[in-house]
Design a protein around this ligand. Sequence first.
Ligand SMILES: [Zn+2]
Length: 72
Amino acid sequence: MALNMEDYTCEFCGGPCKNIVYASFVCDNPECLEKARVARGGPGGHMKRKAEGKPILPEDLEKAADELNGRA
Ligand SMILES: [Zn+2]
């Protein structure tokens, strides 16, 4: 399927679509790119990890937590 970006507008400001990121049509405005990123899963993609059933804590952080709790 050929996708003509000129047929689409930015989902956030309504300007001309220049990019398709995080499954959203967005223009070149960094603010709109950021909004698309947040809408897709937020900083670090934690929501996405959670949805996949993976632990939210990175291994290094879990190790640090163990040390803090005297389990290391
Ligand atoms: Zn925009």
